[in-house]
Write a protein that binds this ligand. Sequence first.
Ligand code: ARG
Length: 274
Amino acid sequence: MTMKVSKMFGGLALVASAFLLTACGSNNQKDTSVSDVKDKGTLVVAMNPEFAPFEFKTLVDGKDTIVGADVEIAKAIGEELGVKVKFSSMSFNNVLASLQSGKADVAISGISATPERKKAYNFSEPYYESENVVLIKKTDLDKYTKTSSLDGLSVGTQKGSIQETVASEQLKGSKVVALTQNGEMINELKNGQIQAVVLEKPIAEGYAANNDDLTISNIKLKNDDADAYAVALPKGDDKLTKEVNKVIKELKNSGKIDQFVQDAYNLSTSESNN
Ligand code: ARG
């Protein structure tokens, strides 16, 4: 009898462990995110390069080239994986979707890792804390001092960005306009079609530095920790996410990310880029 029971238990344990093994095994088999990239020999990175100092276009040796802090992060990930990096530029409202359609392996585009987005995508550790500010015309600095100063006025945001939500929630009296291109939004601000633009601080600072007629207002907006930037990946690409995290951790600890941002900011505001 004792023999039988122990035999039975042993059998059950075997069945249970076999089940566990298969369960884990099939998970691992499905996640081919790292081997796919290595087999291709290329990491395809989705971004909207109209977002200095994180990603923007500039002339390098006479050639239009995408540069910026996110570009440096992408290159470091490529190096870790031993593959080439290819940048795929698109409008921001298509960046995340390109992961779902398989057009890109990762998206690095100053993307805020909000709880909403986390439902549909994997995200790396955050690599940059962002803060929302309101960019206005210098001549309006004394006029637009608090959120209610913008009541009844038009406020621009980039289409698909969290600033669309930030503006509609915090500037309740304003008319929020979503535009696909940041350059166009800045032009509309300069020519008076819109009166303000919500952007994250380093981006707004860059535009203010490059445009004598623009400045950051004293209007205070609330910020959320979840707005910090992270690398986005297709949901379930856990192995690739782990590799990306390794790189992010190293770059953060060595102070390199701050350096990338500073260097790219200097480049984007230097004479040749005006
Ligand atoms: N951080 C904001 C967001 O995730 C804006 C990002 C815009 N990035 C860009 N490359 N245009 O929604």
